[in-house]
Design a protein around this ligand. Structure first.
Ligand SMILES: O=C(CO)COP(=O)(O)O
Length: 249
């Protein structure tokens, strides 16, 4: 069985004052039954890690460079995220694939760098609306999985997030049958490559317009082990509703 994970992606949101939302969340879950993660913007990573030290809420970055150091202005390495107090890093989010032209091959390199540094990579995949409407969803997801993941991964750490691009920040979510179809197919694809035991350990998160209201039904869906949450992770009260739904799933 894969562990359960409620992960929040703050994207380019949050100033120092927002750390109170993170500490409020940690106070609500002194002994959570699931893993909880917040990924703030890079400017807040160290301060959030310090504020959450000793709590059950982990901190992650939203990207890392494939190299560990060097002349790469504006970039951050996996080692630096570890040094700042991170346990996780989100990789290959569709916003980075679109805004920064990230390829599957680059994401695979970043996944290796994160794994070598001891971070848990949260590798994101997801189809566009065009791809879904033309019946290519499973083909796209299978290709992204095979090309964005290296052969050597740490199965105790790797996390996959399925985030349909058209469901992000739109309030639209796929039907539960569509989520189940993709998650079951991802598990099979991972099993075929890595073996049933190893693939079975990988938490498969759903992301895209997850709210406290729709979380229970999403978490009851086949092969959904948690969520990667954007907007609803910014406020402790909203994210707490999603964490509770996962605890009760
Ligand atoms: O992209 C997402 C998380 O990485 C999802 O964002 P929303 O929850 O705001 O739709």
């Amino acid at each position: 069985m894969a562990r359960k994970l409620a992960a929040g992606n703050w994207k380019m949101n949050g100033l120092k004052a927002s750390l109170s939302e993170a500490t409020a969340l940690a106070e609500m879950f002194p002994a959570p039954k699931v893993d909880i993660l917040l990924c703030p913007p890079a400017t807040l990573v160290a301060a959030m890690a310090a504020a959450l030290d000793g709590t059950k809420v982990d901190v992650g970055g939203q990207d890392c460079h494939p190299r560990s150091s060097g002349a790469h202005t504006g970039d951050i390495s996996a080692e630096m995220l570890v040094d700042a107090g991170c346990d996780y890093v989100i990789l290959g989010h569709s916003e980075r694939r679109a805004d920064h032209g990230e390829s599957n091959a680059l994401i695979a390199q970043k996944t290796i760098a994160a794994t070598m540094a001891g971070l848990a990579p949260v590798v994101c995949v997801g189809e566009t609306l065009d791809e879904r409407e033309s019946g290519k969803t499973l083909e796209v997801i299978r290709h992204q999985l095979s090309a964005s993941l290296p052969d050597a991964v740490d199965f105790d750490k790797l996390v996959i997030a399925y985030e349909p691009v058209w469901a992000i920040g739109t309030g639209k979510i796929p039907t539960l049958a569509q989520i189940a179809e993709v998650h079951d197919d991802m598990r099979e694809t991972l099993s075929a490559r890595y073996g049933d035991d190893e693939a079975g350990k990988i938490p498969l998160l759903y992301g895209g317009s997850v709210k406290p209201g729709n979380a229970p039904e999403i978490f009851a869906t086949s092969n959904v082990d948690g969520a990667l949450v954007g907007g609803a992770s910014l406020k402790a009260a909203d994210f707490a509703g999603i964490v509770k739904a996962l605890e009760e799933a």
